[in-house]
Design a protein around this ligand. Structure first.
Ligand code: 6GU
Length: 236
């Protein structure tokens, strides 16, 4: 899979060189390209923002450098059609389902906005370009980040760990709290490892019983209890 990211803070994306995603990059599973939006702004100060039409606070990202950057990334000789993903608090909610969908795509391009966002015509333009595979504006949840970079890190990690061969143990993907077909839509319950007693705390007896049926039903009970407590909205 090819992943391109455009940002005015390319260093913000350095964590993608670490850990699980970093290994996928090193191993050639991910062809990662990080671009500095300012290198596509040609005035003396490499300006990427301007005041909003209609007035109001803050600044809006100009469509001009965005168009240049995105056209340069997916030029006439492009091998395939990229999906344009725009992290924004006004997007649709990012879910495990979207992560699974994108883990099967060949090419993702992330446009990380700052300030009050990117001029809407950028999204409109690439949505109707037949050499692009669509535009998705996604939000992580109901809170506001300073820019799209941290959200892009989250989305990329969620997507990359689903690519076959990236995780050591693919069973742990099917076990995920929000994986379709996982125990309905339940959160994962508590987990334990050695030592059997830690600071006067022991582990639930059933986990030592060797009785797989009893263990499975205890885990299901725990998952239901945790979901009811932490995410009553998921509990039906
Ligand atoms: Cl995707 N971007 C920003 N800037 N803030 C957010 C978000 C995204 N998701 C939640 N808050």
């Amino acid at each position: 899979m090819r992943i391109d990211i455009v940002s005015i803070f390319p260093d913000y994306l350095e964590p993608l060189r670490l850990s699980l995603v970093g290994k996928a990059v090193e191993g050639g599973v991910i062809d990662l390209h990080v671009h500095d939006l300012r290198s596509f702004a040609h005035d003396r100060h490499h300006t990427v923002d301007d005041t909003p039409y209609g007035g109001g606070p803050g600044m809006v990202m100009s469509p001009t450098p965005w168009g240049e950057a995105l056209d340069c990334i997916a030029g006439a000789d492009a091998a395939g059609r990229p999906v344009l993903i725009i992290p924004t608090p006004s997007g649709e909610r990012f879910t495990q389902q979207a992560a699974q969908q994108w883990s099967r795509d060949d090419w993702l391009v992330f446009a990380c906005g700052r300030y009050e966002g990117i001029d809407t015509r950028v999204m409109e333009h690439y949505a109707r370009r037949s050499d692009w595979a669509g535009v998705r504006e996604v939000s992580l949840g109901d809170y506001v980040l300073a820019g799209g970079e941290a959200a892009a890190l989250v989305v990329i990690e969620a997507v990359v760990r689903l690519i076959p061969g990236v995780l050591g143990n693919s069973a742990s993907v099917e076990d995920d709290s929000f994986a379709p077909g996982a125990m309905e839509q339940l959160l994962e319950g508590p987990v334990y490892t050695k030592p059997p007693v830690w600071r006067d705390l022991s582990i639930p007896e059933v986990l030592l019983s060797g009785h797989h049926g009893k263990i499975a039903s205890w885990r299901a009970d725990q998952a239901r209890a945790r979901t009811k407590a932490h995410r009553p909205d998921l509990f039906r």
